[in-house]
Design a protein around this ligand. Structure first.
Ligand code: NIG
Ligand code: FE
Length: 406
């Protein structure tokens, strides 16, 4: 059995495994002068260097801080075309929702993506995902949702599958915006054709719905997510991005893995999440890029909810190619403490994907970890606009040195 003892870790910092709620999100374990034993991609031992078990192979990490790999629980990294004209219009005052209502925005990405082949989509998504990984993301969720029709949705998911040999990806079927005509027929087709097909072919782990005035109603979302559950797929929602129309309450009622966005959530939605096991995933890139109010991260944690953070990497609302930047912005925009932000981006983000085998540097967890450039882990939430991550390890293997993708 090949095992490696990682040594010369100035500080090993980790949350506890599994979903952490409220004040427990601040409970990190910090081990100075640490070592970590890894074999077969799994952590076997962590502790102070002087007590480390003997190992035939040692790897000196050079006296820096080590933290768990980031889990990015929310991306739309597969798209074709661009939204540069939307961006220019928006910064001059045209609202995102108005661009969408006029047939642009998400619908323009759907036209370009619907016309692309699987190979085109793979080539477009690869460098985006490599950028996320170089920023520290060791597991990345990727949604479909820009398919003009069901075949295009499936092509997006096939592109994600093709990239799974290179990166650790979790695919989600996103039911994003309804067609302008025959909406009821479309929802029936999603429930009776698309979801069964995706489940049969094992193309997604979960189904997500955009519950919003310009997208799906609560009742349509409920029907879609019940079909998902009937086919063994987990439920997720995009909700309360612009208007709190009941998506968060539906997520809690259905026991969804997560409800994401929450920029328009108020005390009722915060209370519903605090009383549930659904993870509240916040997306500071959207606040920055669209100028929306920040999701109530501080209130959610103070009320006892489990908060995760994602990039929401997509061309329209969050062109954010760094998971570390999402973590750093959650501290500034959503008022998480640095410790809470680390938990939000690791074990809680994993829980938002239904995973409890990663996100903590503890025996039995996957050996997904980051060696920073500096000896103090707080460089991770502190740094803006440069990459504090020196190297990225997935399953105990070095996969990315920022600036060098391989
Ligand atoms: O998570 N809000 C809906 N969906 C995406 C945006 C997609 C887009 O603008 O292309 C989001 O923000
Ligand atoms: Fe999204």
């Amino acid at each position: 059995m090949t095992e490696t003892l990682f040594t010369h870790i100035n500080q090993l910092v980790t949350p506890s495994p599994g979903r952490q709620h409220g004040a427990a999100m601040r409970d990190l374990t910090t081990i100075p002068d640490a070592a970590m034993l890894v074999s077969e991609g799994v952590i076997r031992w962590v502790g102070p260097r002087p007590g480390a078990p003997a190992s035939t192979r040692e790897h000196d990490l050079g006296g820096v801080a080590v933290v768990p790999g980031i889990v990015d629980p929310h991306t739309h990294a597969v798209w074709a075309g661009d939204r540069l004209a939307d961006f220019e219009a928006r910064v001059q005052g045209v609202p995102y929702e108005e661009i969408l209502a006029l047939g642009g925005g998400i619908r323009s990405s759907m036209r370009a993506t619907g016309a692309a082949s699987v190979d085109d989509l793979v080539a477009l998504a690869r460098p985006r995902l490599q950028a996320l990984r170089a920023s520290g993301a060791t597991t990345i969720e990727v949604k479909s949702g820009y398919g003009l029709d069901f075949d295009a949705e499936v092509r997006m998911l096939r592109a994600v599958r093709a990239l799974q040999s290179e990166l650790t990806l979790v695919p989600t079927l996103l039911i994003h915006v309804p067609p302008t005509e025959n909406r009821a027929e479309y929802v029936r087709g999603v429930c009776h054709d698309l979801i069964p097909r995706v489940a049969r072919e094992g193309l997604a782990a979960a189904v997500d719905v955009f519950t919003e005035r310009e997208a799906f109603t609560v009742e349509e979302s409920r029907a879609i997510l019940q079909a998902a559950k009937a086919h063994g797929l987990s439920a997720k929602l995009h909700a309360d991005q612009f208007h709190a129309i009941g998506g968060t309450e539906l997520a809690c009622e259905l026991g969804a893995l997560s409800v994401d966005h929450l920029e328009a959530s108020g005390p009722v939605q915060v209370a519903a999440l605090a009383a549930s096991s659904t993870v509240a995933t916040i997306l500071p890139g959207v606040t920055l890029h669209l100028g929306l109010p920040a999701a109530p991260g501080r209130d959610l944690i103070d009320s006892g909810a489990a908060v995760a953070v994602g990039t929401d990497l997509n061309p329209g609302s969050s062109p954010m190619f760094s998971a570390q930047l999402a973590l750093a912005l959650a501290v500034r925009l959503n008022r998480l403490t640095p410790a809470e932000a680390l938990t939000a981006c690791t074990v809680n983000a994993a829980a938002a994907l239904g995973l409890d085998d990663r996100g903590a540097l503890m025996p039995g967890q996957r050996a997904d970890f980051l060696a920073l450039h500096r000896p103090d882990w707080r460089d991770l939430p502190y740094t803006l606009g440069a990459n504090p991550v020196r190297d990225v390890w997935v399953g105990g293997q070095l996969v990315s040195i920022p600036g060098v993708s391989r």
